[in-house]
Design a protein around this ligand. Structure first.
Ligand SMILES: [Fe+2]
Ligand SMILES: [Fe+2]
Length: 161
């Protein structure tokens, strides 16, 4: 196995935290009833917070460092972020004003957008770890990795948890 490096390790930890929430979201969507809507809304809010901090670390710190090496791959990662953000917005909008007695049509829409949101993030995490992190671990020097990791830790500290 490849030795993992601080910058990628930092981002992988975020991925595991995001996946933990994604599992909770998917489980709720799979047994969706109106009573579960508050729980789903809370989970989506947690995911929004986690993703906002994580995407910012990647887009402001990690991706720019790698752009000279792999601009095509980073364009694709950027598009995946945009897709996730769009679905996140749709989901938040839907959950902002649930009907008093949600009918099956509304619940089906929530389930379908929610599952799509889950799948897109999960797919992006896998692509990132399989392709981008692998490349970063090959190509960045130990010093570069350390300095990226400390920039990321500083960025995280600037956000209230
Ligand atoms: Fe990402
Ligand atoms: Fe990521």
């Amino acid at each position: 196995m490849r030795e993992s490096v601080p910058a990628c390790e930092n981002l992988r930890k975020d991925h595991r935290a995001i996946e933990e929430r994604l599992d909770v979201l998917l489980a709720a969507l799979q047994r969706l009833t109106p009573e579960l809507i508050p729980e789903i809304r809370a989970t989506v809010r947690e995911l929004q917070d986690l993703a906002a901090i994580h995407f910012e670390k990647e887009e402001a710190i990690f991706y720019p460092k790698l752009r000279p090496l792999v601009s095509d791959l980073l364009d694709r990662m950027g598009l995946q972020h945009a897709d996730v953000r769009e679905l996140e917005r749709d989901l938040a909008e839907l959950l902002a004003e649930p009907p008093q007695t949600p009918d099956s049509r509304w619940l089906n829409e929530l389930r379908s957008i929610g599952i799509e949101f889950h799948d897109r993030i999960q797919h992006h995490i896998v692509d990132e770890e399989d392709q981008l992190f692998r490349l970063a671990e090959d190509r960045l020097t130990a010093e570069e990795q350390e300095s990226l990791a400390s920039a990321m830790n500083a960025a995280r500290g600037s956000h209230p948890a």
